[in-house]
Design a protein around this ligand. Structure first.
Ligand SMILES: Nc1ncnc2c1ncn2[C@@H]1O[C@H](COP(=O)(O)OP(=O)(O)OP(=O)(O)O)[C@@H](O)[C@H]1O
Ligand SMILES: [Mg+2]
Length: 399
């Protein structure tokens, strides 16, 4: 944050936009719409003070919320420092919050069927062909090998490649109660749940799907809303190249999405990737890190060749003020694995497996850790539910 080049001062709108991505995992909605955001104060020096009202002062979700606010608001251009303050809700505010949460849970879950605790990660780049889909497929495999349930949403509607890469082309999704059921593929102790235009009846990889802007977004919206994802730890979204429409659509539909930017070590790719990061931030999406793909190639004699240059991933990471989370070597096994439908990271060992295992490790432990569930507002939620279900007497809400 602090070492980012100076930009214009952040606007209150941008900060509020970023806060739309901070979810109370128990109530399944963002802190702004839940009415938990009390004030946003901008200092002239790029510092921001955010005050949230909690349902109870000792809320165990406090640490998680604090972390998320700092990450989200900290990634708004121009923000140099984020201070988070907490207040406590009045009884009336709590009541409103619970009404909103109950409405959201019961009558109308307008946005998505994706669990509130799922970490949503879009894998993007400014430029085509840098390896977004390969990184998505191999990272998904490595996350699943850790025992996690990983959704893979192929948002490259017109140029999908995920089914082939994961070896599930030919299989088609089925629907139940007008909801699509993603294709499931066990990997190690975990599970992949995959959805791609290529798995919808009537589309094949070599048929160009000619959809533009609005239509593309409608398709992605379907993939978010009309799908029975079920339990998910991570949802990886493989973005199409040159993605402004879809990126903006995603920001609106799922503001909690985090972006990982893929670049190659080459200078030109890095410049385009920086624009992608910029776009992400304009949509108030947080960029969680950079992945360098097609890094140095190591030949069978152990010598290393930087065919596509060196250091592009780190330079980009420094430029946008986020960590470089991993470097994936250029290796024929990646391309071969994609063609055979058996991602290279499924191999027991080797440079590619190691690189993706290390990347998965950093994502899970540091960059985009799983949401730590703790009970807090849920207790109140239960109390309200109980109170509403006649003929139960209204219990006192303990604050
Ligand atoms: N680390 C790597 N080593 C060797 N080949 C790679 C590597 N990463 C990707 N490739 C190859 O590069 C090509 C492009 O990769 P991929 O399709 O994943 O890129 P993409 O960014 O998703 O492309 P698009 O923008 O078209 O969606 C593929 O042939 C893939 O097999
Ligand atoms: Mg792709």
């Amino acid at each position: 944050m602090a070492d980012r080049p100076p930009t214009t001062s952040p606007s209150e709108d941008a900060v509020r936009g970023a806060l739309l991505g901070v979810i109370d995992p128990e109530l399944g909605d963002n802190v702004v719409d839940l009415g938990m955001l009390r004030t946003v104060a901008l200092g002239g020096d790029g510092s921001v003070d955010v005050t949230l009202a909690l349902t109870t002062a000792g809320c165990p979700l406090r640490a998680q919320l604090m972390k998320d606010v700092r990450l989200r608001v900290g990634s708004v251009p121009g923000v140099t420092d984020v201070r988070v303050h907490f207040g406590e809700m009045t009884a009336d505010q709590k009541k409103k919050l619970m009404e909103r949460a109950r409405w959201k849970a019961r009558e109308n879950a307008p946005d998505t069927d994706i669990p509130a605790t799922t970490r949503v990660v879009a894998i993007a780049s400014g430029k085509g062909g840098v390896g977004k889909s390969s990184v998505t497929a191999n990272l998904a495999v490595q996350l699943a090998r850790r025992g996690l349930t990983v959704g893979v949403l192929d948002a490259d509607i017109g140029g999908f490649s995920i089914p082939r890469m994961l070896g599930i082309d030919g299989r088609k999704v089925e629907a139940e109660d007008r909801k699509m059921i993603p294709l499931e593929e066990p990997v190690g102790a975990g599970l992949l749940k995959v959805l791609s235009m290529g798995s919808i009846e009537g589309t094949a990889e070599d048929e160009a799907v000619m959809l533009r802007g609005f239509m593309l977004n409608r398709a992605v919206q379907h993939f978010l809303e009309d799908v029975r994802w079920g339990e998910l730890d991570y949802l990886l979204i493989d973005m199409p190249p040159g993605t402004s429409d879809i990126q903006m659509g995603l920001a609106r539909m799922l503001p909690r999405t985090e972006m990982l930017i893929v670049t190659t070590p080459a200078h030109a790719a890095q410049k385009v990737a920086a624009r992608a990061a910029d776009m992400a931030r304009k949509g108030y999406l947080r960029v969680a890190g950079v992945i360098e793909n097609m890094s140095a190639f190591t030949c069978e004699h152990g010598e290393t060749y930087a065919l596509f240059g060196e250091g592009g991933g780190q330079r980009l990471a420094d430029q946008i003020g986020v960590p470089l989370l991993g470097s994936i070597p250029l290796d024929a096994a990646v391309a071969a694995g994609s063609d055979e439908g058996r991602p290279a990271a499924l191999a027991d060992q080797g440079l590619v497996t190691d690189a993706f295992a290390a990347l998965a490790e950093r994502i899970v432990t540091e960059a985009i850790p799983l949401v730590e569930m703790a009970t807090c507002t849920a207790r109140l939620f239960d109390a309200v539910e109980e109170a509403l279900g006649p003929p139960v007497a209204v219990p006192a809400v303990d604050a």
